[in-house]
Design a protein. Structure first.
Length: 171
């Protein structure tokens, strides 16, 4: 009797992980990033806060690249062709809307991959970026944590540049 209960619990937990992954990326961070891009516009989305900093455009490219590598490549959807340096070197190459749509497409695909994962894939270890030994769950959590950190940078930069309260929370 314990084995079926264990399988049910594992399946339930896998479903919760997938649901939260989707909610955080697509229902929370992405709409907020779109708001920031709308407020910044096509020119300011590529403006760097300082010479040693990344623009919002760079961060959006970077998040798409990171998610592709950590989810789509890790779980076998794509071959790893990422050029990380290009994400940070770019100083144009897309409108604010195009950048958000590119990230939305990657995140939507990543959510579909995570939705379809069986419980065993959350526990299976694999090597990511040729150097990190991670479980599937760790890869998913990395994308959430990494995306959240850069989302905070995007929100802060947008507030500083526009002088507007983004009102993401109704306090």
């Amino acid at each position: 009797m314990a084995a079926p209960a264990h399988r049910d619990a594992a399946a339930a937990l896998t479903g919760i992980v997938a649901r939260e992954f989707r909610r955080r990326l697509l229902a929370e961070m992405l709409p907020r990033m779109r708001t920031c891009c709308d407020l910044l516009g096509d020119e300011r989305v590529w403006q760097r806060p300082a010479p040693n900093c990344n623009s919002v455009g760079n961060l959006l490219l970077h998040l798409a690249g990171n998610t592709t590598q950590w989810i789509l490549v890790t779980f076998g959807e794509f071959e790893d062709r990422r050029t990380r340096e290009a994400e940070f070197a770019a100083d144009g190459g897309g409108t604010a809307r195009e950048l958000c749509e590119r990230l939305a497409a990657v995140w939507t695909r990543a959510c579909a991959v995570v939705d379809a994962l069986p419980p065993a894939e959350l526990l299976r270890e694999r090597t990511i970026q040729g150097r990190y030994l991670e479980t599937g769950l760790a890869a998913i959590l990395h994308v959430l944590e990494h995306s959240s950190g850069h989302a905070g940078q995007i929100y802060a930069w947008t507030k500083q540049v526009t002088g507007r309260d983004l009102r993401f929370y109704d306090l």
